[in-house]
Design a protein around this ligand. Structure first.
Ligand SMILES: Nc1ncnc2c1ncn2[C@@H]1O[C@H](COP(=O)(O)OP(=O)(O)OP(=O)(O)O)[C@@H](O)[C@H]1O
Length: 355
């Protein structure tokens, strides 16, 4: 657990952070948001002592950080930033291995860890381990930066606007990857962003800051539905709360497992309903939707299932809505990693059964 107890930090006369108290539970994904200059990065940097607090106490697992030897502290805390800072003349494997090498791990253990991390971040070790930083895309470089921060398996990961410089599509896919990875590694993550939507999507708890202080510390749900004051309301924005709510919900929360399916030819259509036609490997091939003809008879409307229609359980509900609108369908398949039909998401469930 990380505890900031009545902490202040000054640059000369100016308070960057003032009397701030915050408890971050182990395994939480805590995201700091707020106006520019409100003290988010300073709060983050105080945890690994890149910024030294001038008042109060900061504790990790009940031990004051001032009592740690500074390099020991920093090696126990992963740190990933927007500008990445990969060493340009070292290949990816060597970049990831920086801290394990400092900790004098055996070469074989280092290599195993590098490969494990590359696989975790969906970067094939056979392709990426030897690449140089200039041969990577922005998204790949950012993944390597986060992998490096995790190399020595720290309990805590600090991330300062790590996806800030990426284009929106890469950014969204890295956010999803981060959620998938966090569900496996369960670190305590403290993450700074300007983007409230990113915060709502990633966080288990959000800290809204203004002028060096906390305005609200709450779950994404409460920040969105019960903003503490007009400042928080303003950060959320008033026009597209529905979509923001959808971006902080995962498909797994609304999907219906084991939807009706058939293999082969559809039976005669006798009423309203929906069926997934699957192949021998249980992958959805067509969506069969019962429709009423002019003469009041029912028939199946068939829609080919294309790869872009598939959802993963950890995708956002916002992505599901977007895909349904784009493909003009009332349901989408949720797939296992090997492409089998696991569940479905229905438009009717998104709008409270009125669609
Ligand atoms: N090295 C420094 N010297 C002097 N003042 C600083 C320094 N670093 C930050 N500050 C000031 O401290 C305050 C908090 O800065 P901080 O970087 O923590 O804000 P932030 O919320 O992360 O901002 P942004 O979102 O714009 O990155 C700001 O007023 C900033 O100008």
């Amino acid at each position: 657990m990380i505890r900031l107890d009545n902490v202040s930090m000054q640059y000369g006369e100016h308070y960057a952070v003032r009397n701030l108290s915050l408890d971050i539970a182990s395994g939480d994904f805590c995201v700091l948001v707020g106006t520019s200059g409100c003290g988010k990065s300073t709060t983050l940097k105080m945890i690994n002592r890149l910024a030294e607090h001038s008042k109060g106490r900061i504790l990790i697992n009940n031990q004051e950080i001032a009592s740690f030897e500074i390099n020991t502290l920093r090696r126990r805390i992963g740190y990933a930033i927007q500008s990445i800072g990969l060493f340009p003349h070292w290949n990816v494997a060597k970049n990831i291995a920086v801290v394990p090498r400092l900790l004098k791990w055996e070469p074989q253990r280092i290599q195993n860890r590098v490969n494990e991390l590359l696989e975790l971040f969906a970067l094939d070790p056979a392709i990426f381990a030897e690449k140089m930083p200039h041969e990577l895309s922005g998204g790949q470089a950012q993944r390597v930066g986060v992998a490096r921060a995790l190399a020595a398996d720290p309990d805590i990961l600090l991330m300062d606007e790590p996806f800030g410089a990426l284009d929106p599509i890469t950014r969204e896919s890295l956010q999803e990857e981060m959620l998938r990875i966090q569900s496996q590694i369960k670190k305590t993550i403290v993450f700074v962003t300007h983007d409230i939507e990113e915060a709502l999507k990633l966080a288990t708890r959000i800290v809204v800051m203004d002028a060096g202080q906390i305005v609200q510390y709450d779950t994404p749900e409460n920040i969105l539905h019960r903003p503490a004051n007009p400042f928080v309301e303003n950060i959320i924005g008033s026009q597209d709360r529905g979509l923001k709510a959808a971006s902080c919900k995962q498909v797994r929360e609304i999907m219906r497992p084991d939807p009706p399916r058939i293999q082969g030819v559809a039976p005669p259509c006798q009423g309203a309903g929906r069926l997934w036609a699957v192949d021998g490997a249980n992958a959805p091939v067509r969506l069969l939707q019962a429709t009423v003809d002019g003469d009041a008879s029912y028939r199946w409307r068939e829609i080919d299932v294309t790869p872009d229609m598939g959802l993963q359980a950890e995708d956002s509900v916002k992505l599901a809505i977007s895909k349904m609108l784009w493909r003009k369908v009332g349901a989408l398949p949720v797939l296992s990693p090997d492409g089998a039909l696991l569940a479905e998401v229905r438009m009717a469930d998104l709008v409270g059964g009125c669609a």
